[in-house]
Design a protein around this ligand. Sequence first.
Ligand code: ZN
Length: 75
Amino acid sequence: MSKRWDEDRWGPHIHCIVCGNAMQEGKKICSPECQAKYDKEIGKAKKQQKYNYLMIGLMGAAILGFFLILQFFPG
Ligand SMILES: [Zn+2]
């Protein structure tokens, strides 16, 4: 990563959020290939998030159940 960008020569530019290639401003992703990669990653992250919520829900239910059991069977 030792590339140096000359702003005067290249003008305003940003880098592809997937592969890091320099490109014109106004876009986030440089190519359909990177777009596909990006969509895949987003899909993965969303799946992971759903799983996390599910785990939190299950934990909450388990804790609630634990307290209910203690209520019904003290000692
Ligand atoms: Zn790219």
